[in-house]
Design a protein around this ligand. Structure first.
Ligand code: COA
Length: 386
C-alpha cells in the first residue's frame, strides 16, 4: 500500500470582480446585509470566454508546475463540479486534452460542494491500491451560469473559480490519512440545481419555472442548509480524526468548504476549537462550491498557515445532501521549479492544443475522404427532412 501525498497545488479565479456594492445596483440588497449574514464582500465572475474546463485547466497547470510533474506522466484526472459545460465529454476529458495528459484516465465527479473531498478520497484510494501512481484532483465551477440573478436569496452567495492538487504515491508515511464520505438524499430538495432535461416535456422557454424558480438555476432553503452544515462539519471532523488516530490538539488547520463565515463560526463553537484554527477566504471569493477547498488550501499555503508535518483537515458539505472530510499530513516539501522550466511547461500546453486540433481535423478529413458525412452535415440533412 502506498501513501497518497499532495505534492502540488494551484488555483485560478477569473479576473472580473463583482462586489456587494455592484449587487446593490442589480437587486434589492445591501453590502451590510450580505456581509453581516455571510461574511462575503466580493466574488469573481467568469467572462464569456471562460468555462469550468478552462478554469480547471489553469488551476491544474499551476499545480503540475509546483509538483514538477510533466502532463504526460499524469495517470488520473478527476474534476469535481456541478457546472460542467457538457454531461459528456466530461470536464475532466477537456482538461486532459488542454493539458496534453496523453496517458491519463479522466472523469467528473458530482457531489456538489463536497465534491473535492470525495474526489480526493477516490484518487487517494486509487494510489493506495496501486491502480495509479499519481492523480490530479480538481474542483472547478462557474456558479454564475446557474444562478437566478433576480433571486437575492441565492445570487449573492456564489462565485466562480478552480483549485487543484496533484497527488503522488510514496512509501513515506503520511499524505491522505483517512476520509469520511456521507450523504442523505432525503434532503435533496433543500439545495438543488435541476438539469435542463429535468422536465420530461422538452422546453426551451428561458422563463420556464420549476418549484417557483427559474429552471436550471439553484434553489435553496437557506435556514435548513445552515442548520445541516453546522452539524455535519463537527460530526465529520470528529469521525475523520478518530479514523486517522488524531486528537483535536494534533490538528493544525481545518479548511472547511467556504460557504459562509457564520457557518464556520458555529461549527468551531460546536467542535470547541478556536475559530483561528479554521481557514477562511470566503470574504473575497464567495461560495465557489467544489472549488472552494482547494482554492482555500492554496491561499493557506501562500499565507504561511501550513508547515511541514502539519495535520490539516478538509471538510465539505452541500447539495445531495452530501458531506465529507479528509485528514491529511502535510509532509512533502515541493521542489522549487525554475522560471525557464515553468515557461517551457506553458509552451507544452500550447503544443497540446495544436496537437489536439490537428487530430480533430485529421479525423474529419479521414471521414470526408471515406465518404461519411461530418456531424455538421448530418445535422443539416436531418433539418432538411420534412
Ligand atoms: N439582501 C437583503 N435581504 C435579503 C437577502 C439579500 N440578499 N436575501 C434574503 N433577504 C431577506 C429575506 O427576504 C427575508 O426578508 P423578510 O424577513 O422580509 O421575509 C430576510 O432577509 C431573512 O431571510 P432569511 O432567508 O430567513 O435569512 P437568513 O438569516 O436565514 O440568512 C442566508 C439567509 C442564506 C444568508 C442563510 O440562511 C445561510 O447562510 N444559509 C446557508 C446557505 C449556504 O451556505 N448554502 C450553500 C451551502 S453549500
Amino acid at each position: 500500500m502506498k501513501y497518497a501525498h499532495i505534492i502540488g497545488w494551484g488555483k485560478y479565479v477569473p479576473s472580473r470582480v463583482l462586489t456587494n456594492h455592484d449587487l446593490e445596483r442589480m437587486i434589492n440588497t445591501s453590502d451590510e446585509w450580505i456581509a453581516r449574514r455571510t461574511g462575503i464582500r466580493e466574488r469573481h465572475i467568469a467572462d464569456a470566454r471562460e468555462t469550468t474546463a478552462t478554469l480547471a485547466f489553469e488551476a491544474a497547470a499551476r499545480a503540475l508546475v509546483v509538483a514538477d510533474l510533466h502532463p504526460s506522466q499524469v495517470e488520473l484526472i478527476i474534476v469535481a463540479t456541478s457546472t460542467p459545460e457538457y454531461i459528456f465529454p466530461s470536464t475532466a476529458c477537456r482538461v486532459q486534452d488542454y493539458l496534453g495528459a496523453i496517458k491519463a484516465g479522466a472523469f467528473d465527479l458530482s457531489a456538489a460542494c463536497s465534491g473535492f473531498v470525495y474526489a480526493l478520497d477516490m484518487a487517494a484510494q486509487a494510489i493506495a491500491t496501486g491502480s495509479v501512481r499519481n492523480a490530479v484532483v480538481i474542483g472547478a465551477e462557474t456558479m454564475s451560469r446557474v444562478l437566478d440573478w433576480e433571486d437575492r436569496g441565492t445570487c449573492v452567495l456564489f462565485g466562480d473559480g478552480a483549485g487543484a492538487v496533484v497527488l503522488k504515491g510514496s512509501d513515506i508515511e503520511g499524505g491522505v490519512l483517512a476520509s469520511t464520505l456521507r450523504s442523505d438524499g432525503s434532503g435533496g430538495d433543500l439545495l438543488s440545481l435541476p438539469a435542463i432535461y429535468h422536465n420530461p416535456v422538452p422546453t426551451l422557454e428561458p422563463e420556464y419555472f420549476h418549484n417557483g424558480h427559474k429552471h436550471n438555476t439553484i434553489t435553496m432553503d437557506g435556514r435548513q442548509v445552515f442548520r445541516f452544515a453546522t452539524q455535519v462539519i463537527a460530526d465529520s471532523v470528529n469521525e475523520t480524526m478518530l479514523k486517522a488516530g488524531l486528537r483535536l490538539e494534533d490538528v493544525n488547520l481545518i479548511i472547511p468548504h467556504q460557504a459562509n463565515t457564520r457557518i464556520i463560526e458555529a461549527a468551531a463553537k460546536r467542535l470547541k476549537v478556536p475559530e483561528e484554527r479554521f481557514y477562511t477566504n470566503v470574504q473575497l471569493l464567495g461560495n465557489t462550491s467544489a472549488a472552494s477547498i482547494p482554492i482555500a488550501l492554496c491561499d493557506a499555503v501562500s499565507d504561511g498557515r501550513l508547515h511541514p508535518d502539519d495535520n490539516v483537515i478538509f471538510v465539505g458539505f452541500g447539495g445531495g445532501l452530501t458531506w465529507a472530510a479528509s485528514a491529511v499530513k502535510w509532509n512533502v516539501t515541493p521542489p522549487t521549479v525554475s522560471r525557464p522550466r515553468q515557461e517551457w511547461r506553458r509552451a507544452r500546453y500550447v503544443y497540446a492544443r495544436g496537437r489536439s486540433k490537428i487530430k480533430r481535423y485529421g479525423r474529419r478529413l479521414g471521414a470526408w475522404l471515406g465518404g461519411s458525412p461530418t456531424p455538421d452535415a448530418k445535422m443539416r440533412d436531418i433539418k432538411k427532412k420534412p
